[in-house]
Write a protein that binds this ligand. Structure first.
Ligand code: NAD
Ligand code: ZN
Length: 331
């Protein structure tokens, strides 16, 4: 579908949007129709307590009825969505939220599942709530307007979903390079795969949902230390996990080779592989210690791959993870 008509939203609607989208005249026109709107600068800096309090102040000073109909519409990528979701879930103890994701990554991943997040002290997603959107609009005209680098940034999450539960989808990624048409075609399937996992564990209590963290343990380290986009960090985190899974004998060699092949299929620059080697165990340690998957003080829940289409969660010693990091750097 295309961007929804304005009369779809109640009068008490606040649009929180990525200011980058103003460059597109059609989208700008749509944005300008909202009486209450706040432009945001996307990125990890947006997901901060400082921005949160700045924007909350603007909202509270708006001449808008604070009724239960009050609706926040988030138009943007994952950073805008995480931020707006947190704001919507805490303002007046929670108001309605509608996501209109504008990046491939947010359309296939972050707009679904209800996780909201802010960063703290340079560590990702340390503050957050569960606040599923009342509606998520997947708008073709908005998504296809993205430049190619946005496509590259969703590879990580797309490959992750295929590895977690759909070997046929993985085959598709193997056959051809990721293109806009291919992502658009498979978007419903990828979204369904995410919902299949989260409905088993909506609030991350029994651990099933943790499978979605495949590639994210090292991914978040790369994102923080190397400043890579989230999706690329996750892809390299998946590579780390696949390599470790293969090394321990869990993942058959042929699957390890296929995973490497898919990563390089995406025009994946060797530059990322060599930059990842610069991350030493000692520099990664500080970030890993704050990982939410940590258990006690010396263990962590890690997601391994047992075959294409199946991942497993295992407790590992923190020191083993750091040793593996050093081993892979030297290999
Ligand atoms: N809540 C969750 O479940 C969840 C899941 C995955 C990722 N995330 C979070 O999502 C964030 C990453 O998502 P992202 O990559 O969408 O981030 P983002 O919001 O930073 O967007 C990436 C870039 O795309 C630009 N952009 C947005 N829409 C565009 C469009 N239509 N055309 C051109 N450029 C556009 C943005 O301005 C930005 O420069 C991270 O903060 C990550 O932690 C959250
Ligand atoms: Zn992610």
């Amino acid at each position: 579908v295309n961007l929804p008509d304005q009369d779809h939203f109640p009068d008490e609607t606040v649009l929180l949007f990525d200011q980058v989208l103003l460059k597109n005249t059609k989208i700008k026109k749509w944005i300008d129709r909202f009486k209450f709107r706040i432009h945001l600068k996307s990125g990890e800096k947006l997901k901060s307590l400082a921005e949160y309090s700045r924007v909350l102040k603007i909202v509270s000073e708006m001449a808008i009825p604070k009724s239960t109909k009050l609706t926040f519409v988030s138009l943007g990528g994952g950073s805008v969505g995480d931020f707006s979701g947190f704001l919507a879930s805490t303002y007046l103890r929670g108001r309605r939220l509608i996501h209109i994701p504008s990046t491939w990554l947010s359309a296939m991943d972050s707009a679904h599942g209800g996780k909201t997040a802010l960063n703290l002290n340079g560590i990702k997603n340390q503050i957050g709530t569960f606040h599923p959107a009342h509606e998520v609009w997947i708008c073709q005209n908005l998504l296809i307007s993205q430049p190619p680098e946005r496509l590259r940034e969703c590879f990580g999450e797309a490959v992750k979903m295929a590895l977690l539960g759909d070997s046929k989808l993985f085959n598709e990624f193997e056959k051809q390079k990721l293109k806009t048409n291919l992502v658009w075609k498979h978007l419903p399937k990828i979204i369904d795969l995410k919902y299949k996992i989260i409905t088993k564990d909506p609030h991350e209590i029994n651990g099933e949902r943790r499978l979605l963290n495949l590639g994210h343990t090292l991914g978040h380290v790369y994102e923080s230390l190397l400043g890579w986009p989230h999706g690329i960090s996750v892809l390299m985190g998946i590579r780390f996990s696949a390599h470790w899974s293969f090394h321990t004998g869990l993942l058959p060699k042929k699957d390890w080779i296929r995973i490497c092949q898919v990563i390089s299929n995406f025009d994946f620059d060797d530059k990322f592989i060599s930059q990842a080697r610069n991350v030493s165990a000692s520099s990664a340690k500080k970030h890993l210690m704050r990982d939410k998957k940590i258990i006690g003080h010396d263990e962590i829940d890690f997601i391994f791959i047992s075959k294409i289409g199946n991942a497993i969660r295992k407790k590992v010693k923190f020191s083993d993870l750091l040793d593996e990091l050093e081993r892979q750097r030297k290999e």
